[in-house]
Design a protein around this ligand. Structure first.
Ligand code: ADP
Ligand code: MG
Length: 223
């Protein structure tokens, strides 16, 4: 993205992103750090096509997204982007397998991702996160780290190239954080691009690159 501004028309208006220039390369693992209210979620939502810049350009895989219709943005998001949040948002009365599968039931189908292959892709996603043996379990029988890995499998069912994570380890103890971080390393090794917001120093240190955001302004960190 280049020259991105995002101003919320609240009273008074809030400039949540200011002249943000950011390039994320394929397969990169980028962490975003910054205090509460600095614009991290707005940045992630913009990268995820959930929000639109007020000014500036955002290209995803070479496609300029700012002029696209909502429908086109939704299709692009569904085919390339997965989201992971701090709260796992799993359905408590559904099995692991159903939680992963249902994520897609509400999406617009795309070629090769029809209903008939859904179960197989759910199984594959659960294998990628190391939880195929838990597919019949309910979330309440899993540890926090396992629950987050189910949420990651749910994001992976559409085989996204870009995974956007907002404080993914915020609800986890250090042991469970460790298991999720190992998984992120695996996914990066498989070529997934990862952008991850975190407050946790150990989490951000794992990234290949780190940027800091303060009052909507982005700065690159070198080390
Ligand atoms: P962070 O994720 O770093 O805590 P956010 O991106 O959520 O920060 O918010 C950045 C700034 O934009 C904050 O000042 C917040 O209050 C403001 N903001 C976020 N969303 C909205 C909105 N929908 N309307 C008005 N202001 C908003
Ligand atoms: Mg936030």
């Amino acid at each position: 993205m280049a020259g991105v501004e995002r101003t919320f028309d609240s009273e008074p208006p809030v400039r949540a992103l200011r002249e943000v220039d950011l390039t994320v390369r394929r397969g990169e693992h980028l962490s975003v750090v910054g205090p509460s209210g600095s614009g991290k979620s707005t940045l992630l939502n913009t990268l995820g096509l959930l929000d639109r810049p007020t000014v500036g350009s955002y290209r995803l895989d070479g496609i300029e997204t700012t002029g696209l219709s909502d429908l086109e943005r939704t299709a692009l998001r569904g085919s390339r982007i997965g989201f992971v949040f701090q709260a796992f948002h799993l359905l408590p009365y559904r099995t692991v397998d159903e939680n992963v599968t249902l994520a897609e039931a509400y999406r617009r189908p795309r070629p090769g991702h029809g209903r008939s292959t859904r179960r197989a892709r759910a199984r594959q996603a659960l294998e990628r996160v190391g939880l195929a043996h838990r597919s019949g379990f309910r979330p309440d029988r899993l540890s926090g780290g396992e629950r987050q890995r189910v949420a990651i499998a749910r994001a992976l069912i559409s085989d996204p190239a870009l995974l956007l994570c907002d404080e993914p380890t915020g609800n986890l103890d250090s042991e469970n954080t460790h298991s999720v971080l190992e998984l992120f390393d695996d996914l990066c090794a498989q070529g997934v691009t990862l952008v991850l917001i975190t407050h946790d120093e150990t989490v951000s240190r794992r990234a290949s690159r780190r940027v800091r955001i303060t009052d909507g302004c982005l700065t690159q960190e070198t080390r």
